[in-house]
Write a protein that binds this ligand. Structure first.
Ligand code: LUZ
Ligand code: MOS
Length: 761
């Protein structure tokens, strides 16, 4: 089935926040944000702005009716600066004006006097000074200390990986409308309807039942709107509450880039121990996460780094520690993979380090250590591993030896162009690591004309979740897709939502939709029995009755009833045609006192072979291919899933190659626009992306066995980093660049120039 949004998207008819018709009297918001990264506010000068024609109000922290607090996991984040600023871009004052232009012009006239304090941008410096967001987290398996003593080879090093700007096409924004009796209706571009509702409740002092949050769709989220959409919704809400007028804020790109957090940069120290046969016996790793100035989702992101620190390998002795370090950067936040990719980059670096020192291919070490079914993860869950199956199938379909030979032949023939090849196996746990978040609800109505309306807590952000929800209802009822409509996400219809995140949205909301449809269907079958066999006990016929393709069948034969007649009969009999269903993932649990449990419903596996060509004179490169065998379980929508995989791969490549977030020592974002922050464009995408489904029929907890697909493919992109490294070393075998992602063309050039300096010696 095609993505149901495709038609509207290509015609520009899909309705995003900025497309909503505005109510008369709407005010436009703009934030004055901190020009310094750390300091005490001495004075703020609002006079010029206040005197400008068209400026309706300027709101400061002291004006809020509720609490000046939007921290979700830890209450450490004021909505508006109160006395102190902690990062450049921190909201200080909210200007409301009759037009966007006036609001922005007024903001430009505001000045603030700040007594500067020390600015920390480096997580290791923050760690030295004891600036931790939460106490350290640690995973242990076996006994690393004694294991290292028995290892034939031990290697230690450092790996650094930078952040990433979400660059959703639609910037952050919200529109808040006062409702009768002092309530609020909020249109928000958020992955977390309930998170917005809670934040608005806190800062306005209104109970949650007075606040309605409505979401049509998002022009991308990627994690950037899991928590950080709250700020803009809360600001608009406060504005609407204090002025009794609608308030809208839709951020400019540069405001968005400057004021919002990104993927977390990490610095890590690793120590890896192998035996004679290159089996990994021990792995010790310490992660320093650059959390930024407030907790945001950093503690949860930190946990997922630990959950994925051994990627798809079995390591019998693991000691992994993670520190969430407070710096004076905008609070970093969820981003596709949620800390997992950073953990995986570090163990891949350790393996490549070992392979280079031992003079073997990294693939040799990777393959020998793949998780086998029944192996234990450092957090206690046992793997139902597909890692070996994916590797073998990829070798069969892509012929690794042939790819290696092609690469070597090319390199033998070319002096300045060099190719590199890397394999990147992945393993990603599906479920929110916080067990309570693994629940969802759906509301299904069948109307008297037979048409069906579905509401869930899922937010459509371009990932195609609405298409999947529609498929669940149409397939369960066995009616044509056109008879089903999936509606907006709204906190009045679906309460207490988990954010659309963790790749789990289709599973959680799809299962709730399935339960709702099944409940209605079972009532309908009873009605059908009563209609077809009025004299009999319905129980004796239920088994033989089926709804298929809009018809009611009895023992596989058509009856006088069709779907519409059945719905009508049920309505006449006063049988409920609506259902609100609740789903909670069974079997998941985790105990942080022991750091053990079964946090994930299942894992997604896969492997990519990534090939690149590096121009060793210019430092530029092209990704020639990404060939993957990917564990879909059994995809319920090939087109939607392929779109997720291609997008994820390119986003992962961007993170590992071109995209470089740069803050200077004063905490100012230098890569603050698309002229200075380079994301993959059509020319940077791989020339070939091949996606082969892993042939497996193992049952799983995914909706219709169609495994979660949102985040895992991003991590195939990590292969590009190591493929570029291979190419650099093909040009000059002694090259040993630091493990420091992204591998920008500048860094490729520098590693080649450093080498020339060494040759000169
Ligand atoms: N968000 C979250 C996530 O709150 N918890 C998670 O475990 C998670 N995992 C991936 C992406 N977002
Ligand atoms: Mo996410 S990183 O699944 O919001």
């Amino acid at each position: 089935m095609k993505n149901i949004d495709a038609h509207n998207h290509v015609r520009g008819e899909s309705v995003y926040l900025d497309d909503l018709p505005l109510q008369q009297g709407t005010l436009f918001a703009c934030v004055f944000d901190a020009p310094h990264a750390h300091g005490k506010i001495k004075d703020i000068h609002l006079e010029t702005a206040l005197n400008m024609a068209g400026v309706a109000k300027i709101i400061l922290a002291k004006d809020l009716c509720g609490e000046n607090q939007i921290g979700g996991i830890i209450p450490d984040e004021p909505l508006l600066a109160d006395g102190h600023v902690h990062f450049q871009g921190m909201p200080v004052a909210l200007v409301l004006a009759e037009s966007e232009e006036t609001a922005r012009a007024a903001v430009k006239t505001i000045t603030v006097e700040i007594e500067p304090m020390e600015v920390i941008t480096d997580p290791r410096v923050a760690f030295e000074k004891g600036e931790l967001i939460i106490p350290p987290k640690r995973f242990c398996l076996g006994d690393v200390a004694s294991a290292f003593k028995t290892c034939a080879y031990v290697f230690e090093g450092q790996a650094n990986v930078n952040g990433q700007e979400h660059l959703y096409l639609e910037t952050q924004g919200a529109y808040a409308l006062p409702t009768e009796g002092g309530g609020l209706k909020i249109y928000a571009s958020t992955q977390g309807p309930t998170a917005v509702q809670r934040a608005v409740s806190k800062v306005t002092g209104l109970p949650m039942h007075r606040i309605e949050v409505e979401i049509g769709r998002l022009g991308g989220g990627f994690g950037g709107k899991e928590d950080q959409a709250n700020t803009w919704a809360a600001l608009c809400a406060v504005g609407a509450q204090l002025t009794k007028r609608p308030v809208k804020y839709s951020l400019h790109r540069m405001e968005d880039m400057r004021m919002t957090g990104k993927r977390h940069p990490y610095s890590a120290d690793y120590k890896i121990g192998l035996d004679q046969e290159f089996k990994i016996k021990a792995y010790e790793v310490v992660f320093y996460q650059n959390a930024g100035a407030a907790a945001d989702l950093s503690p949860a992101v930190l946990e997922r780094t630990l959950f994925h620190c051994t990627n798809s390998y079995f390591v019998p002795n693991v000691d992994a520690t993670a520190y969430s370090c407070r710096t004076n950067l905008p609070p970093n936040t969820a981003f596709r993979g949620f800390g997992g990719p950073q953990g995986m980059f570090v163990i891949e670096s350790a393996i490549v380090h070992a392979a280079e020192k031992l003079g073997v291919s990294p693939a040799t070490i990777q393959q020998k250590n793949l998780l086998q079914p029944g192996d234990e993860f450092p957090y206690g869950q046992l793997a139902e591993s597909e890692a070996v199956a994916a590797w073998k199938q990829a070798d069969r379909q892509f012929n690794f030896e042939h790819l290696r030979r092609e690469t070597a032949d090319f390199n033998a023939e070319n002096a300045y162009l060099k190719r590199g090849l890397a394999l990147m196996p992945i393993c990603f746990g599906i479920s929110f690591t916080k067990t309570l978040m693994n629940q969802a609800r759906a509301l299904v109505h069948v109307y008297t004309d037979g048409s069906v309306a579905v509401s869930t807590g899922a937010v459509e952000m371009g990932q195609g979740v609405n298409t999947k929800m529609l498929q669940v209802a149409a397939r369960t009822f066995s009616i044509p897709a056109e008879w089903v409509n999936v509606h907006t996400t709204n906190t009045l219809r679906i309460a207490n939502t988990s954010p659309s995140a963790a790749s789990a949205t289709a599973d959680l909301n799809g299962k709730a939709t399935l339960l709702a449809c099944e409940a209605i269907l079972s009532r309908l079958k009873k009605v059908a029995s009563e209609e077809l066999f009025p004299q009999d006990d319905p129980a004796q016929h239920l088994e033989a009755i089926r709804v298929e393709n809009g018809l009611v069948l009895y023992n596989n034969r058509p009856t006088a009833l069709d779907w519409k007649a059945l719905i009508n009969a049920a309505f006449v009999k006063r049988i409920s045609l609506s259902e609100h269903a609740h789903y909670a993932t069974p079997g998941v649990h985790f105990d942080w006192t022991t750091a053990k449990g079964h946090p994930f419903a299942y894992h997604v596996y896969g492997i990519a072979a990534v090939g690149v060509t590096v121009d060793c004179l210019r430092g530029t490169y092209a990704v020639d291919f990404v060939k993957t065998v990917h564990d879909f379980g059994k995809s319920m929508n090939d087109a939607v899933d392929l779109g997720q995989i291609e997008g994820g791969i390119v986003q992962g490549l961007g993170w590992m190659t071109l995209e470089e977030v740069v803050y200077d020592a004063s905490g100012r974002l230098r890569s603050n626009a698309l002229s200075t922050y380079k994301i993959p464009d059509i020319y940077a995408v791989p020339k070939e992306i091949a996606v082969e489904p892993l042939q497996t029929d193992r049952p799983n907890l995914a909706i219709f066995n169609s495994k979660a697909v949102g985040e895992p493919p991003l991590m195939y992109g990590i292969g590009a980093y190591f493929a570029i490294r291979e190419a650099v070393r093909a040009f000059c075998p002694e090259a040993c660049p630091d493990f420091d992602a992204p591998f920008t063309p500048e860094k490729v050039m520098l590693s080649l120039h450093q080498l020339q300096a060494e040759y000169a010696d």
